[in-house]
Design a protein around this ligand. Structure first.
Ligand SMILES: CC(C)(COP(=O)(O)OP(=O)(O)OC[C@H]1O[C@@H](n2cnc3c(N)ncnc32)[C@H](O)[C@@H]1OP(=O)(O)O)[C@@H](O)C(=O)NCCC(=O)NCCS
Length: 141
């Protein structure tokens, strides 16, 4: 069956994440195979509502079309933790709109991020930098 694409003009509302949006958010994460977000829904809820975390969802009616999570100091630095747009809503600039909305809400003048989708961020005007990730078990050894 042909995929039904959604008209982005209907995705008007950007609002703060809360528990009502958890099931839809988990579906978006699951579609990307993001196991760290899907293994334990309550843990994910705590992560998405943690202090210092700004999470915005884009709504298409009652359905979550996309989600962004930033961590910010409120003034200078923001770090991207997650950005996902549902397949049906892609290619209509929703990713950029989510990033812009979250940065305005969180505060900060720039966003740093780690990603496997570098080309996407370059199309948004991002400049590449070297990044690293240290796992907790490595520090603990
Ligand atoms: C990356 C993502 C958030 C972009 O959302 P979006 O709302 O479709 O973004 P935009 O409409 O602003 O831009 C879409 C453009 O980015 C391109 N793009 C999307 N994912 C890309 C990727 N991984 N690498 C390169 N380009 C990508 C699309 O081909 C499209 O290009 P076009 O406009 O020339 O057709 C969305 O594709 C997504 O959720 N992907 C899966 C999760 C993911 O990779 N998140 C980022 C990891 S931090």
């Amino acid at each position: 069956m042909a995929e039904v694409r959604c008209d982005i003009q209907r995705v008007m509302e950007m609002t703060a994440f809360n528990r009502d949006y958890l099931a839809d958010a988990l579906e978006l994460f699951d579609a990307e195979g993001w196991d760290a977000y899907t293994a334990d829904p309550e843990l994910t809820h705590r992560a998405l509502t943690a202090p210092g975390s700004t999470v915005v969802v884009a709504l298409d009616g009652a359905e979550v079309a996309g989600l962004v999570q930033l961590q910010s100091d409120g003034e200078i630095q923001a770090h991207l933790s997650a950005l996902v747009v549902g397949n049906r809503w892609r290619g209509q600039d929703l990713g950029r709109r989510l990033l812009r909305e979250a940065l305005h809400r969180a505060g900060g003048v720039r966003i740093d991020l780690l990603t496997h989708a570098g080309r996407y961020y370059e199309t948004l005007g991002a400049e590449p930098r070297t990044g690293f990730r240290i796992q907790r078990d490595v520090l603990d050894t």
